[in-house]
Ligand binder design. Structure first.
Ligand SMILES: Nc1nc2c(ncn2[C@@H]2O[C@H](COP(=O)(O)OP(=O)(O)OP(=O)(O)O)[C@@H](O)[C@H]2O)c(=O)[nH]1
Ligand SMILES: [Zn+2]
Length: 188
């Protein structure tokens, strides 16, 4: 176990004890360590950066029409309660000489989602990253997600869905471009 995992595991043990659990009971003996490793996995985006995630996988292309990838699943943790929010991310861009390796869009989503986030900032970070690495003339990102902090606790609303969007460049300037994106992702 690394020092970091050790520190996090010790903290989980303290939390469990404060909640009234007997951390010596058999079923819980390994739980602090497992929880620490799970939390490190769920926040591994802190240890990643855009350059290494994209790994130079942009390719020259004459394509100058919209590229859309929809329904990229997303698991993040809200920065207020550290509870999951879960949903889908839709990304579109209009290339300007270079296209991005398809899997890299999903990797960019994961890198920012696996940090403590609010949905609005996550949406913007993904859009700006796609703009940076592709040099696209425009980028649109929509996220639809359900927040466990609203479902399992607090207001306890089970059916509300938060939708956020960030439009950059031509997606912001042109209503037609924005509508094309929104129409494409509304078809399943
Ligand atoms: N805008 C936004 N708010 C979020 C997100 N995730 C959680 N929240 C909200 O953050 C707010 C924190 O409000 P507080 O009043 O400080 O905390 P709280 O007492 O736990 O709030 P309740 O959830 O209303 O019980 C709540 O309204 C949450 O619903 C997010 O991604 N975006
Ligand atoms: Zn929350």
């Amino acid at each position: 176990m690394t020092d970091k995992t050790d520190t996090i595991a010790q903290s989980f043990k303290t939390i469990m004890q404060a909640l009234g659990e007997d951390t010596r009971r058999e079923g819980l003996l390994d739980t602090p360590r497992r929880a620490a490793k799970a939390m490190q996995f769920l926040t591994q985006g802190y240890a990643q950066d855009l350059e290494s995630v994209v790994n130079n996988a942009t390719f020259e292309s004459d394509m100058d029409e919209m590229v859309v990838v929809q329904d990229i699943e997303l698991y993040s943790l809200c920065e207020h309660h550290l509870l999951p929010f879960i949903g889908k991310c839709h990304i579109a861009y209009i290339p300007q000489g270079r296209v991005l390796g398809l899997s890299k869009l999903a990797r960019i989503v994961d890198m920012y989602a696996r940090r403590f986030q609010i949905q609005e900032n996550l949406t913007r970070q993904i859009a700006e990253a796609v703009e940076n690495v592709t040099g696209a003339e425009g980028v649109g990102v929509v996220i639809e997600a359900q927040h466990m902090c609203m479902m399992m606790r607090g207001v306890e609303k089970q059916n509300s869905l938060m939708k956020t969007s960030v439009m950059l460049g031509s997606f912001r300037k042109s209503q037609a471009t924005r509508n094309e994106f929104l129409t494409l992702i509304s078809r399943r």
